[in-house]
Design a protein around this ligand. Structure first.
Ligand code: NAP
Ligand code: F7E
Length: 331
C-alpha cells in the first residue's frame, strides 16, 4: 500500500487531497497542529474522519522534532507540503511568523526527509504569488517568469521554492514544485475574496446582511477549483523526473467581475450593497495573475473540469444552503 504524508491536511487543499488519495487506495498520514478544538471538529475532514487508512498525528512546522517523529512513524512514499500561513494580507501583519512557517518550515521538513526517508517524493506547494508583478510580454506567467514577490508570504514561498530546487540538485532527491495559481471551493477560508463574496452575497440574498465591504476591486486573478488542483499535485509526483510546473486556468477575472457574476447569479444589484474600505488593501499590491500551464498539460495530461462560473455557483449554493439551515450562524 502506498503511503502519503500531508502537512496542512485540514486546510482546503489538504482535505481534498486526502479524499483523492484515500480513493486511490493510499494510506494517508496527516499532521495537525494543536488547536483548542479537537481534531474531529476540523470540519473539512468530516467526510473521511475515522477512515481506517487515515492516520492523524500532532506536529508543527515550527517543531523539527515533531516532523522527525511523524516521518519515522509513517515512512511515506510521498510527502505533500501544504502547511502554511497562507493569507497574503495577514502576512504583512505577521511577517516573521509567516516566514518561519511558510519559509523555514519547508526547510525543516526537507532536512527531516533527507535524514529519515531520502527516497520519498516531495511536493512543495509553491504559489503564483512568487511572481509578484512580473508578467511575460504575452500577458501570462509561467515557469520561466522571473520571481519578484511583493508580500512577506510571497518572499517566504520563494525561499521554499529555492530550497526545494537546491535540495533536489544537491542531494539528488525527488522534490517538485507545483506553482499553483489561486484555487477555491466552498472549503476556502471565508477571508479569501471568492468565499467572502459568495458567503456575504448569500447572506444579503436571505436578508441576513445588507452590505459587503471589500478592498482592491481592480486586481485580477486566475481562479480555478481546488479539486482540479489537488489532482495536479498528485500527477506531479507520479512524473518520471522531479520538476516544477505551473497549474492555472489561463483565464483571469477582476474582483469587480467576480462580484458582478455572484450578485447577478443571485439577482441582486451590487451597487446597492458593495462598499470598499482601505483596511482590506495591502501595503504592496499584486495587480494581475494569469497562468500558462502548457507544460503541465503537455507533460502530464492535466485537464480542468470546473469553469470559474460553475465553481462560484457551487460556493454561493453552499452558503445559501448553510444559512437556510443555520440563520443565526456566522459561518
Ligand atoms: P489553507 O486552507 O490556509 O491551509 C493551510 C494548512 O496549513 C492548514 O491545515 C493549517 O492548519 C496548516 N498549518 C498552518 N500553520 C501550521 C503549522 N505551524 N504547522 C502545521 N500546520 C500548519 O491553505 P490552502 O488553500 O489549502 O493551500 C495549501 C497550500 O498551498 C499552502 O501552502 C498555500 O500557501 C499554498 N497555495 C495555495 C493557493 C490557493 O489558492 N489556495 C495557491 C498557491 C499556493 P490550521 O487550519 O490548523 O491552521
Ligand atoms: O485576494 C483582492 C486582494 O486574499 C485576491 C492565497 O491562496 O492565492 C491567494 O492569495 C485578490 C487580491 O487571495 C478583498 O487584494 C479585494 O488582489 O483571495 P485573496 P490572494 O491574495 O491572491 C495565492 C496564489 C496564494 O498562494 C495565497 O496562499 O482580491 N481583494 N477585496 C480582497 N481580498 C481579500 N482577502 N479580502 C477582501 O476583502
Amino acid at each position: 500500500m502506498k503511503k502519503a504524508l500531508i502537512t496542512g491536511i485540514n486546510g482546503q487543499d489538504g482535505s481534498y487531497l486526502t479524499e483523492f488519495l484515500l480513493d486511490k487506495g493510499y494510506q494517508v498520514w496527516g499532521i495537525l497542529k494543536r488547536n483548542s478544538v479537537a481534531e474531529n471538529q476540523t470540519y473539512r475532514l468530516n467526510s473521511v474522519y475515522g477512515h481506517p487508512n487515515l492516520k492523524l498525528e500532532y506536529a508543527d512546522m515550527l517543531d523539527f522534532a515533531s516532523l522527525v517523529r511523524v516521518l519515522q512513524k509513517s515512512m511515506p512514499h510521498e510527502v505533500y507540503n501544504l502547511a502554511a500561513q497562507s493569507h497574503v494580507r495577514i502576512s504583512f501583519d505577521q511577517p516573521i511568523y509567516t516566514a518561519e512557517i511558510t519559509g523555514v518550515g519547508t526547510l525543516k521538513l526537507l532536512e527531516a526527509v533527507r535524514l529519515i526517508c531520502p527516497t520519498s517524493r516531495v511536493y512543495q506547494a509553491s504559489s503564483s504569488e512568487m511572481f509578484g508583478n512580473n508578467i511575460d510580454a504575452d500577458g501570462y506567467q509561467r515557469e520561466t517568469t522571473a520571481m519578484s514577490p511583493v508580500s512577506p508570504y510571497g518572499c517566504a514561498k520563494v525561499f521554499s521554492y529555492n530550497i526545494c530546487v537546491n535540495y533536489r540538485n544537491s542531494y539528488n532527491m525527488f522534490i517538485s514544485n507545483g506553482i499553483l495559481f489561486n484555487h477555491e471551493s466552498p472549503r476556502r477560508g471565508s477571508n479569501f475574496v471568492t468565499n467572502k463574496v459568495a458567503k456575504e452575497a448569500a447572506k444579503i440574498k436571505l436578508g441576513l446582511s445588507d452590505k459587503l465591504t471589500l478592498g482592491n476591486m481592480e486586481a485580477t486573478r486566475d481562479w480555478g477549483h481546488a479539486k482540479d488542483y489537488v489532482e495536479a499535485m498528485w500527477m506531479i509526483l507520479q512524473h518520471d523526473v522531479p520538476d516544477d510546473f505551473v497549474c492555472a486556468t489561463g483565464i483571469s477575472h477582476s474582483v469587480q467581475d467576480l462580484v458582478n457574476f455572484v450578485f447577478n447569479y443571485l439577482d441582486l444589484d451590487p451597487q446597492k450593497y458593495v462598499r470598499t474600505d482601505p483596511r482590506y488593501l495591502r501595503p504592496e499590491e499584486l495587480r494581475d495573475l494569469k497562468g500558462d500551464c502548457s507544460k503541465l498539460k503537455n507533460a502530464l495530461g492535466w485537464k480542468l473540469s470546473y469553469t470559474f462560473e460553475d465553481m462560484m455557483k457551487e460556493m454561493v449554493d453552499y452558503w445559501l444552503d448553510f444559512f437556510k439551515k443555520n440563520p443565526q450562524a456566522n459561518g
